[in-house]
Design a protein around this ligand. Structure first.
Ligand code: ADP
Ligand code: ZN
Ligand code: ZN
Length: 756
């Protein structure tokens, strides 16, 4: 018999190897399906996963060409049948090579062949050792010894000790001195989950949802739930009470959160309710920690798993429920290699494991609403906020009628603050009432463009189709520069226009830094204001350092009147109980964009930001300053709310035959010239089967066709039915990758793209 191995190479096939008798694992004739083997591949040595056993007669490789495996790395499978099935499904659905799919699914240390020992190192103090065994000057050693001593005779596992601050080098030193010893033991099984705090009394809407989820779980049935609840309506309480039933049944719960929604507060909310083993999985983990987390999920040691996108690809011993929080969030879509969508994968896994999946959001995507219409998701709505707080009211401010406010500078000149008087008055009233204000602007830096007023020159990135952002600070003018937010190119701010030598260079538009300075002049200027209000800027520039976000958070949570200026970082999951006014000086721009998905995404962001207002017991107000107060979609959103707005968009999509009423595949092509990328896509179209019955849009230049000195074209395929699209892609896509005109280009396929 031979083994068929999936290898991490970009080829749409698996590879056959023979197994010399002495290389077979001890208790089986062949390495087991789902285990790792080390094999020769050309001149390389690779590690792959055994996916099948086949007889030599079924192999396409002649016996003389067959190579033997080098090594079998696992005596037991590291991926069970359901994980392999998931891998096959991902490979088929996203048209991605199986070996590469497995490479995405496995932590890097597993891919590198690290032994997956389920036993772990513990340390304990040797029985005869006392404090007297330390010389007076061995203070540091004694201090480390005392940490271990706290764990008594049983000792503790090495990772617990390291987490507590012990250093590996000291463990070694103490061992060498004969003071402590290591021993190997299986990880202690987790205790049964206990409630750490009593659940709240549910309101009617919450109760309906929890009952439905719990009965699906008890019947061991798959059901996809759309928990469609306005911000602050108590979705988390629904998760918690559904989780309780699952945890009490001895099963695991996976909670997915958006990339930047994973804060220490997230963990605290679950930890304060349940005494359970909670594991966090996110992109910032070290490889060792990631491997540990992977093992804890696989063995059942982890009971509550809170993770970002990739956690949906982890193996679980006995998963009982998946929650996708803020299910509309774009960070659930992986944007390179295997371009999966975590909420779609979550639904697939729910179906596979026969467990409920909850998609929770205040702003469901059009795709999810369509699934509700098609009876593939069951919707539960939460329309009220428990407690006193009413949902925030939204209001438009016409920025055309009210010219934006001019503020005088010390030198008598005036400048445009970018804020209307109505907005400024509302901010002042809110601060004077002792509350906080959030001003949302999704653009960091000082200004989005530097312009020559004499000749119209603009500072552009030499490597991208984009303006350079002006970074400037009037407090620290040394620290001023131009920067491309797409490729990080930097340049000095020129003193005169490079084209006409004019000195009339003007930074146009608002970024968060400039907006903060303008607000400073209005509300924190000792020359003109009686009370000085703190202006707190929250964006990637001000939260770069490790603790800065925590510090900012604490400042805000003191609750004193203040103005927060933030990018979309503030839109997700954070609680600011004292914010009662949210201002959006120009968040409505997205309604004008050429991308047909832009209004949906803009509205979701606006509603998320608006949801920050009035989360305590105070009612909130949202003011949207706009230059297009007659925009129908914007009016719909403000007057009738997100759901009516989304329903209207859905109608439009239906009429135009756009997703979710058709199924999309986006092909992107990247290369040194636009001509080459366009040509390759033209050739690709020519290779489509006759009578394919797909709508073919393109090739066209990608939205930012030049990026980092590389050019991008794209092609969109739309099909009426999903199987039709996948049927064509199955043969056509691998052939596109091997076209001669594609040789020096990078071609990628994106199934269910979320933007183009
Ligand atoms: P969401 O996740 O939908 O934005 P949260 O779960 O954060 O909303 O709930 C908002 C607030 O309402 C929280 O402070 C929560 O403790 C409270 N809450 C939720 N459900 C109830 C309930 N049934 N009774 C009282 N308070 C509740
Ligand atoms: Zn000029
Ligand atoms: Zn650039």
């Amino acid at each position: 018999m031979l083994v068929q191995v999936a290898l991490p190479v970009p080829l749409y096939r698996v590879f056959d190897y023979s197994v010399p008798a002495e290389k077979a694992s001890s208790n089986a004739a062949l390495p087991k399906i789902g285990s790792r083997v080390e094999v020769p591949f050309g001149r390389q040595t690779l590690i792959g996963i055994v996916v099948a056993h086949i007889s030599p007669a079924d192999s396409n490789v002649p016996a003389s060409k067959l190579k033997p495996i080098y090594k079998c790395l696992d005596s037991e499978p590291i991926l069970d049948a359901s994980m392999l099935k998931l891998a096959y499904w991902l490979a088929r659905y996203y048209h991605y090579p199986l070996g590469d799919v497995l490479a995405v699914m496995l932590p890097s240390l597993v891919r590198q062949g690290k032994p997956l020992d389920l036993l772990i190192t513990h340390w304990r103090i040797l029985p005869h050792v006392t404090d007297d065994d330390f010389r007076a000057n061995a203070k540091k050693q004694k201090q480390q010894f005392d940490m271990l001593k706290l764990h008594g005779k049983r000792g503790a596992s090495e990772d617990v000790l390291l987490l507590e601050g012990m250093q590996r080098s000291f463990l070694k030193t103490l061992e060498d001195k004969g003071l402590i010893e290591r021993f190997i033991e299986p990880k202690i099984a987790p205790l049964t989950v206990k409630l750490a705090k009593m659940p709240l009394d549910l309101n009617e809407e919450q109760k309906l949802a929890v009952d439905a989820i719990v009965s699906a779980q008890q019947a061991e049935e798959y059901t996809g739930f759309l928990l469609n609840g306005i911000t602050g309506s108590g979705k988390t309480e629904v998760y918690l009470q559904a989780m309780q039933a699952v945890l009490e049944a001895g099963k695991q719960v996976l909670i997915l959160v958006p990339e930047i929604g994973l804060t220490p507060q997230t963990r605290a909310r679950f930890a304060s309710r349940f005494a359970a083993q909670i594991v966090l999985l996110h992109s910032g983990m070290t490889n060792t920690y990631r491997l540990q987390g992977w093992q804890d999920c696989r063995t059942g040691h982890a009971q509550i798993i809170i993770g970002t996108r990739s956690a949906v690809l982890y193996p679980f011993a006995n998963l009982g429920l998946i929650v996708v929080d803020e299910a509309h969030d774009a960070s659930y879509k992986q944007q390179d290699t295997l371009r999966y969508h975590a909420s779609d994968v979550a639904l697939y896994r729910g179906l596979q494991q026969k467990i409920p999946v909850i998609l929770g959001t205040a702003t469901p995507t059009l795709e999810h609403l369509k699934l509700v219409d098609d009876a593939k998701l069951v919707e539960y709505q939460l329309r009220t906020r428990p407690g006193l707080a009413n949902p925030a009211t939204m209001q438009l401010i016409d920025a055309r009628l009210q010219s934006t406010h001019q503020q005088s500078q010390d030198d008598g000149a005036s400048f445009d603050t970018g804020l209307t008087d109505a907005l400024i008055t509302a901010i002042r009233q809110t601060l004077e009432a002792g509350d906080q204000v959030l001003v949302f602007l999704n653009r960091r830096g000082y200004a989005p463009v530097l312009l020559c007023e004499s000749c119209g020159w603009q500072a552009d990135c030499p490597r991208c189709d984009a303006h350079l952002t002006v970074h400037y600070s009037s407090q620290n003018q040394q620290n001023s520069y131009l920067k491309c937010h797409h490729c990080d190119w930097q340049a000095y701010i020129p003193a005169v226009c490079p084209d006409c030598a004019s000195q009339n260079l003007d930074a146009r538009g608002l970024g968060t830094t400039r907006l903060s300075e303008n607000l400073h002049a209005l509300f924190a200027n000792p020359q003109t204001s009686k009370t000085l209000y703190p202006i707190i800027q929250i964006d990637r520039d001000t939260t770069r350092r490790k603790d800065s976000w925590e510090n900012i958070y604490q400042r805000i949570n003191q609750g004193k009147p203040a103005i927060l200026v933030g990018t979309q970082m503030v839109a997700k999951g954070h609680h600011f109980p004292n914010v009662t006014l949210v201002c959006l000086p120009n968040a409505d721009r997205g309604f004008l964009s050429a991308d047909f998905r832009s209004p949906e995404h803009t509205a979701q962001l606006m509603i998320q930001v608006a949801g920050r207002a009035g989360r305590g017991d105070k009612a909130g107000r949202v003011l949207i300053q706009t230059l297009q107060p007659d925009n129908e979609l914007l009016l719909k959103l403000v007057k009738d709310g997100y759901l009516s707005f989304a329903r209207q968009l859905l109608q439009e999509r239906k009429m135009l035959g756009l997703p979710p009423y058709s199924y999309a595949a986006l092909i992107r092509c990247e290369g040194k010239t636009l001509a080459a990328t366009t040509q390759a896509l033209t050739d690709a179209i020519a290779g489509l089967p006759d009578a394919h019955n797909l709508a073919v849009l393109g090739p066209i230049d990608a939205p930012m066709s030049k990026k980092n000195s590389r050019y991008h074209s794209q092609l969109l395929l739309l099909a009426k039915e999903r199987p039709q699209l996948h049927h064509i892609l199955e043969h056509w896509w691998p052939s596109v990758l091997t076209m001669s005109s594609a040789k020096y280009l990078k071609l990628t396929l994106d199934i269910d793209p979320i933007g183009w």
